[in-house]
Design a protein around this ligand. Sequence first.
Ligand SMILES: [Zn+2]
Length: 473
Amino acid sequence: MSGVRRAIVIGLSMLGVGVSATRDFEDGEPPPSWKAGTATVVITPERPLTLLGYTDRKGPFEGVADDLSARALALEDAQGRRAVLVAADLVAFQSAIVTDAVTRRIAERTGLGRERLIFNASHTHTGPVVSLDPNLKLNVAHPDMTPEQAEATIAYTRRLQDQLVDLVERALASLRPAKLSWAAGRTKVPTSRRLPKSGGVVMVPNPAASVDDAVPVLRVDSPEGKPLAVAFGCSCHAVAAGTRNVISADYPGYARRVVEERHPGATALFLAGCGGDANPEPRGTIEAARSHGEALGGEVCRVLDGPLAPVVGPLQVAYAQIDLPLQHLSREQIEGYRDRPNFQAWQARHMLAVLDAGERLPTRYTAPVAVWRLGESLTLAALPGEPVAEYATLLRQALGPDGLWISGYNNDCFGYLPTAKVVAEGGHEAIGVTLWAWSRNLGAMVGFFEPRVQDVVVEAVRRLADETRAGVK
Ligand SMILES: [Zn+2]
């Protein structure tokens, strides 16, 4: 295809005319209209810290099975619009602890606004507690953490903030001409963990229930066609390594390793998806993490070798803080949850403790949602929290399935993001906002979401996607 025809296709698509650049570019090679830059940093704690993800581990971690890292992919389109994607081996990014401070510092140093930064946590459960709370209350989340360990955690968190600011700056400094393309594969790594029983939903493998099995893959090449970066996703908890008290990036780290060994010089980034209600099975050992990672990495490599749709830009971003509604419950209603066969009972005890302390329960939680549109062929929807798999289905219905990458665990994490069905059924993924349980200096942030949280999220993504189509930013 000629450059002239290509320009017409892009121009029409910017006007909202339904032209598919993907189809029109099938036979042609787009010019390197992008610039891309990458950076990586090891974020393995230098001294033993308390890990986050299970309540029954005792003391700081006892070893390092494999390193944790954070990786950044900076993009700049032909018009000079920039954005940076950061993917890190952490349980979660929380606004109040990491991303608020880090995005502010990045804006000061680079001029890049918050809407142009996505921080995605792999949700590895063999990663450290990240906190700035000197009085980490050593409730169920950190039962035996000493004041010295809390200080060590704070020092780690401050260093992590510095590392993330530096990482983004280095990725931007390394921008060079690049070509982008993308495609999606499929994976069997996620298995649903929601099984309805007579007393309520329990957390055990349920292969009959649906998961999001998509493996979105973004390939970033040099003008000569050599991979510079590969970003890929999977909608599944990074818990294959189990409850061992060691550091590991879990299956995402092993998957990245497969991709980087097959494509030397490329930086691989893992983005967690709508895996709030999915686990890898079997699990419980580092070997399981390696096995699931190799399966996922193999699928990513297969996709990289196959036909990919060119991604031509332009880059349009939209971002909003949205109010996620929480249920108003009386003390009697909350007490009714105390004998549930799942973590809703645990959560109800926290809600009652907040009331006993004379505090009010919140009526909403405000969280960020972002949509990045990379031209006609790829739109990235970045949800906060731990979205359950049904969000992938709902958003594909709302936005159309083509060229859509739906990720979770972005920018802020407060606990699970349930759909109306999950709220109605109850169970572990219906425990709502859990911040109070992890660190009481984040306020009395505890409560079950209302069913309409689903509509709020889907509408927000639809509106932001419309904004990117209109070229607002
Ligand atoms: Zn989780």
